[in-house]
Design a binder for this molecule. Sequence first.
Ligand code: PEP
Length: 252
Amino acid sequence: MDDYHSPQTIIAANWKMYKTRKGAAEFFDNLLPLVKDQENLVVVCPPATLLMTIADKYADCGVLFGAQNIHWVAEGAYTGEISAEQAADAGAQFVICGHSERRHYFDESNEMVSHKVDAALNQNLRPILCIGETLEEREAGDTLEVLREDLFASLATVEPTTDIVIAYEPVWAIGTGKVASPADAEEAIGFIRAQLRELWGELACKVSMLYGGSVKPENIAELMACPNINGALVGGASLKAESFAAIINYKK
Ligand code: PEP
């Protein structure tokens, strides 16, 4: 990847554990006519069971696909897991690493996340690294410290690259309907970029940084107006084609 680009705008959908083939086909039938003129990168991360089917069926529709999780080991006796190579083979070009639901429900540590990011990059998958504070941490005034710790530890083994995407996802805003104010999101993402600059130098200015947490058609424009925010990671509002299309087509 060249060194002279500004961060790409990326609108990514995280479908979590929702949809089967029928729902996915209905979604794309409705979505594609609504987003045919947009210029930004659109990524859909479906459940692993749908990845190959929809990546094959919609290969040339302008949408890219991502996995929601991978194991960091290349292959082996890890029942229920998928490797970076398998995700790439199924058609993924991106993979979400360290989503807060995986950190909290499945005890993923920063160390595990760092190895997942490495495993993804080794297979030419672009990791979407998620970090964010809990409500308790925010209320204790620890937000910036938590972000710094998560960022540095989640990148401990990772070489500098603009292939990575970083998503700031305050845990208290995910799936709750409570969105961070644009000022708070900008402050956090500006801080993350400054920390990444300390670690990786000027390359940090070219890394796409997304906001995630109750993004909707009604709040996307004000979030995207913030200088450090280069896109969004969208959960609930990405499940309906109409609302995801409205987010993709936000008015500048
Ligand atoms: C997410 O799952 O990454 C997310 C941001 O969810 P929601 O948009 O539903 O808050």
